[in-house]
Structures are given as structure tokens and as C-alpha cells.
Design a protein around this ligand. Structure first.
Ligand SMILES: C[S@@+](CC[C@H](N)C(=O)[O-])C[C@H]1O[C@@H](n2cnc3c(N)ncnc32)[C@H](O)[C@@H]1O
Length: 210
């Protein structure tokens, strides 16, 4: 189900998880603040090129805004997004054109979206995903712990740390104390930052040296 949010941007609702893909108080505002500003922009201060992993690709909004950022700033971004439950075409076709275009691309293959943004979406469950690659940025964008508690555990954050380089950056919209604790237990330094509308705080975590 497609929904227009408070800033005029669109998001989807998942019947399966009983959750929206982004904040109804502003989908694009949330994505820009939590993932682009706090994550991607910060990563560009530390790394010359960005190797980005996203859990999960979802509506494609974070990916599309990242492609736009990469082109505007002239920064190379290589994006890998995984998705266990791809959105049906009936919904993706009504998303904005640039986002719908990402949905129309084939799975499991690299695509050059613009000169600065290389895109790959993989249809898989996080539990089954492994990679030889090491990422310097992760968008941790699972549905909330209330609906997916199994994805916010120490074990899952350890898996994230295992996919990352030292000093790699992970951001998420969820700032629950138990999530912060699980991140720290997995070897992250956790920072709280002011959140988008109707969200007091969001998190940026940095993988510490062992
Ligand atoms: C909050 S939405 C992501 C929103 C997305 N980042 C965007 O920009 O639209 C969470 C996504 O994680 C996916 N997901 C849920 N469980 C998963 C799992 N175990 N492995 C991979 N993806 C999963 C959901 O299907 C959903 O698309």
C-alpha cells in the first residue's frame, strides 16, 4: 500500500510486518537525515570510495537518494542491498520514476546507475547472506525491533561487524537502549544523534579496532 508522508514523499506499508518502510512524518526527510547525512556523508569524510551495504533494499528510497548524492558530490559509491521480500510490481510501478527504475533492474547483477553509483540488489535473507567483500558503510534498515526482534540481536550486529572494515560506519533509525547495548556488545562505538521529526534520537555506530 502506497502512502504519501508529511513531507510529500511516498512510502509503502507492509501488511506482513504491520510497518511502514519509512516514517509517515516524512519518508525522504528520515532517509536523508539518518542514512545520507549521518551515514553516507560521514563515511565520505573517512573513506575515498564508499562500499555500502543495506539491510534491506525495500522501497528503494535509501538507494535512490544515495545514487543522487554520489552523482552530486562526485563520490564513487558501490551499493549492495539485500531484500528477503521484494515489493510487488503493482506497488513499485507507482513509486517515483527514479526509484521505480531501480526495481525494474535484474537481481544479483551489478548495474551502473550514473557514473558514480554502482548498484546491486540481492534477493536473500540476511541470515543466509555472506560476502568476501568488506563494507565501510551499512544502512541498517530492518523493520523495528517490535516486529523483527531477531534482527536486532548481538549476533546480528556481530555479523554486521564481520562484514565491515575498521572505522566503518553503521546507521539506523532505531535508538532503543537494548539495541545500543547489543551494538556495543558486538564491538561498536555507539553515538546518539538528534532524529528526524517525531524521533528524538537515532544511532550511528562505528566499528572499533579489535
Ligand atoms: C524498513 S524496510 C527497508 C526500507 C528501505 N531501506 C527503503 O529505503 O525503502 C525493511 C526491509 O527489510 C526487509 N527484510 C525483512 N527481514 C529481512 C531479512 N531477514 N533479510 C533481508 N531483508 C529483510 C523487508 O522486506 C523490508 O523491505
Amino acid at each position: 500500500m502506497l502512502r504519501t508522508t508529511a513531507d510529500g514523499s511516498k512510502t509503502l506499508y507492509s501488511e506482513k510486518f504491520g510497518q511502514h518502510y519509512h516514517s509517515v512524518f516524512g519518508a525522504e526527510t528520515e532517509s536523508l537525515e539518518v542514512f545520507i547525512q549521518l551515514g553516507l556523508l560521514e563515511a565520505t569524510r573517512k573513506f575515498k570510495e564508499i562500499n555500502l551495504f543495506e539491510l534491506g533494499f525495500g522501497s528503494g528510497l535509501n538507494a535512490q537518494l544515495s545514487a543522487r548524492f554520489a552523482q552530486e558530490k562526485g563520490i564513487l559509491v558501490k551499493y549492495t542491498g539485500i531484500e528477503a521480500y521484494p515489493v510487488e510490481e503493482a506497488f513499485t510501478s507507482s513509486l517515483p520514476e527514479e526509484t521505480a527504475a531501480l526495481h525494474a533492474l535484474s537481481w544479483n547483477e551489478p548495474h551502473q546507475i550514473n557514473p558514480w553509483f554502482r548498484f546491486r540488489k540481492i534477493e536473500t535473507f540476511l541470515e543466509e547472506f555472506s560476502s568476501e567483500e568488506r563494507f565501510n558503510l551499512i544502512y541498517f534498515d530492518a523493520f523495528a525491533p517490535e516486529s523483527q526482534p531477531e534482527l536486532w540481536t548481538v549476533e546480528v550486529f556481530e555479523k554486521m561487524a564481520g562484514l565491515m572494515v575498521e572505522e566503518g560506519v553503521l546507521t539506523t533509525y532505531c535508538s532503543k537502549v537494548s539495541v545500543q547495548r547489543n551494538m556495543r556488545a558486538a564491538g561498536f562505538k555507539v553515538e546518539k544523534h538528534p532524529g528526524p521529526p517525531h524521533k528524538r534520537e537515532v544511532l550511528r555506530a562505528v566499528k572499533m579496532a579489535l
